[in-house]
Design a binder for this molecule. Structure first.
Ligand code: GCW
Length: 676
């Protein structure tokens, strides 16, 4: 099949995806910038596909109206009567969501009559953080942990002159309900610290590109900005001059961008400045910025990713997994109302498999957002096809106080506070403490947006799960396939499901086993290096020796980390007998011969999963080859090249892991495969 004529891939909004709407007579009522976006979208689709934008609702097949009487600016109801599909939205954002709901339904939106159904997002904030820098770092490149080229926002130390790519991105995000974007890296370097000041005109232009799609912009700021940008002698949060500096900075930003979202902050983490330098804590630090933003309705997203990155590997009592809870849980109740604590989903760092962070259960009087990583730092760096929908779904649905109780998604949404098994007292006033869901973006200036074209499915699925964390991820993947390849023959759908549905577990199979994490090459984090981090200051150890492997995080004999969980998890994880296999080495140090619930030893598990996982990458690559005539040539070629690298890398992982385990344990493979 020949290539699409455009330079940039249309992702999930190719013209043909809008054909069912574009072939109809459509009436759009209401005003405001987002209604204008809906109207323009419909006008383009009807021009392309033979329908019309009509003034008379009685002459329409599809009627889209704003009805302020409906509760919730993001919400909409959609029904079909007498052959007319009618949407009423609570606000103009809701109208945009409704249009894309109809687009996703395709012809089915114009099928049998049905009663009104209501749709509204579960998570109030659905944010993508960009780790984009204005300048190019010699090692990290322009986008920290970016695997899709340079930044779409910045070039040559400035906001780009031509923002058409950003407008296209904003359209994609708005179509799946993303409503917030962090514009720059949380590691804030000197140039980016001046987005608040010298580069504010660029922020104004970026905000203007996102606004018509319902997306508000946020800036990552440096806690030391009063000194580095403002020339003050200190950035002590309790210093009135520092407070005045932040108040001024916020006022200037809001004068230029009235709907500015707020700040994202990484403080006292991996070398970023923070309140500790002044003997203050994270509540003092966060509230300083919150008070500067409060007069304008802004919010601080303060990250809980704080740990000692100068740890001594000889010291077995310090446990990096404990750090976020130890720092933040005692501060519950001390954060201002416009602070949201942004917590990574796991206690370590975006690993393929980690338990859910106990911080999420520990702070009932604090607004919490859960942070996921769409950019595939530890999950194949967009060279491996790894669709993370099942991982995110599992995290968001995890019952923090046991199965059936409040979930991670509930806590982030502020839903059901004080009603769960955690006890009525836990939620204080019982007021909803809404946070949201945040993820690190995987997009760059690559023509396919995400380097690996199939990584677009991660961006799509993240957004749709933030809207509805209870959605079935495979159904969302199916939606993505249907939109992205609207004219493709049936084998495309089946092959993509075959490659992607289990790809997260396949990746887990050929990389670090049983929740132990890391084992990646230090620095860039790509490819296997079992002991790469073992004797470093980073706190990411597996403690393998000839007898066994794993981290003892029990209360009985280890670091006591299991005690940070509420019941039942504190007991479930404490006991080898009840700890789930997939997290065994996260919580326990066991002999190589330890028999898993699955019935095989740890050593044999490594052999079996690594052979099976590596083999699956080969059959995936072969299946993709057969689609050469079904998808555009450029896309086919790009995916082919990435799948070949995945096969190579998976075999490298397999051989290093199996050899490592065999040489340390002396346990032969029961199936006699070749181990080096
Ligand atoms: O996963 C780690 C990354 C860092 C990143 C950090 C963070 C932005 O290796 O590159 O820094 O997490 O989340 O702050």
């Amino acid at each position: 099949m020949t290539n699409s004529p455009t330079d940039v891939h249309p992702a999930w909004l190719p013209p043909a995806a809008l054909r069912p709407v574009g072939a109809r007579r459509v009436h759009v009522a209401g005003d405001g910038p987002l209604v204008a976006t809906v109207r323009a979208e419909v006008a383009a689709a009807t021009t392309a596909h033979g329908g019309a934008l009509v003034d008379d609702p009685a002459a329409a097949d599809l009627v889209l109206t704003v009805d302020p009487a409906l509760d919730g600016a993001d919400a909409f109801v959609v029904g079909r009567r007498d052959g007319v599909t009618t949407v009423r939205a609570g606000g103009d954002a809701g109208l945009l969501h409704a249009l894309h709901h109809v687009v996703r339904q395709g012809e089915a939106a114009f099928g049998a009559d049905h009663e009104d159904e209501r749709h509204a997002p579960v998570e109030p904030v659905r944010m993508l953080d960009h780790w984009d820098n204005m300048t190019v770092h010699p090692v990290m490149g322009q986008v920290e942990r970016g695997y899709a080229g340079g930044s779409i926002f910045y070039a040559d130390g400035k906001v780009r002159h031509d923002l058409s790519r950003v407008e296209a991105y904003a359209r994609l995000l708005g179509s799946v309900g993303i409503n917030a974007v962090g514009l720059n890296n949380v590691n804030v370097h000197a140039t980016e610290a001046r987005l608040l000041t010298d580069h504010l005109d660029g922020v104004v232009r970026l905000a203007a590109a996102f606004r018509p799609h319902g997306v508000r912009v946020y800036l990552s700021v440096s806690f030391a900005a009063p000194m580095t940008v403002g020339g003050l002698p200190s950035s002590d949060p309790l210093d009135p001059d520092v407070q005045a500096w932040w108040a001024d900075a916020a006022a200037r930003v809001y004068a230029a961008v009235p709907d500015f979202g707020g700040f994202v902050v990484k403080a006292d983490s991996e070398g970023q400045p923070g309140p500790f330098a002044y003997g203050r804590d994270h509540a003092d630090g966060a509230n300083l910025l919150a008070r500067a933003l409060a007069p304008f309705g802004g919010t601080v997203f303060w990250r809980a990713f704080v740990y000692d990155h100068h740890q001594d590997w000889r010291d077995r009592s310090t446990d990096r997994a404990r750090a976020a809870y130890d720092h933040f849980a005692p501060l519950d109740g001390r954060f201002d109302d416009n602070v949201v604590l942004q917590v990574k989903y796991g206690p370590m760092d975006f690993q393929t498999r980690e338990p859910v962070s106990p911080v999420i259960a520990a702070m009932p009087r604090t607004r919490l957002a859960v942070e996921l990583q769409v950019t595939q730092e530890y999950t194949g760096q967009q060279r491996h096809a790894v669709w993370l929908g099942p991982q995110w779904s599992q995290i968001l649905r995890f019952g923090l106080w046991g199965d059936g109780g409040r979930t991670v998604a509930d806590v982030a949404a502020g839903a059901g506070a004080g009603t769960g098994a955690e006890g009525a007292g836990a939620a204080g006033t019982g007021a909803a403490r809404t946070g949201g869901i945040v993820a690190v973006s995987n997009v760059g200036d690559d023509p396919f947006w995400t380097g690996h074209p199939l990584a677009q499915a991660n961006l799509y699925t993240f957004a749709r799960l933030a809207w509805d964390p209870s959605a079935d991820p495979v159904t969302l993947l199916d939606e993505w396939i249907g939109l992205t390849f609207p004219d493709a023959a049936a084998p495309v759908r089946d092959t993509l499901h075959g490659i992607l549905d289990d790809s997260w577990r396949t990746y887990e199979d050929y990389t670090a086993p049983l929740g132990v994490g890391f084992m990646v090459r230090p620095g860039h984090h790509y490819g296997p290096d079992v002991d790469g981090y073992e004797y470093t200051p980073w706190g990411t150890y597996h403690f393998a020796d000839r007898d066994g492997i794993g981290v003892d995080r029990t209360r009985a004999t280890g670091t006591g980390y299991t005690g940070q969980y509420p019941a039942p998890w504190r007991e479930v994880y404490e006991d080898v007998a009840t700890c789930p296999d997939e997290l065994l080495l996260f919580f326990h140090h066991v002999p190589w011969s330890h028999v898993l619930h699955s019935g095989v030893s740890v050593a044999q598990h490594v052999y079996d999963t690594h052979w099976a996982g590596a083999e699956r990458t080969g059959s995936n690559a072969a299946a993709w080859t057969a689609l050469a005539d079904e998808v555009p040539d450029d896309l086919h070629a790009r995916v082919t090249e990435r799948l070949a690298e995945q096969v190579r890398s998976a075999h490298e992982w397999r051989d290093q892991l199996c050899t490592y385990v065999f040489r340390h344990s002396g346990i032969p493979d029961a199936r006699g495969r070749r181990i080096y």
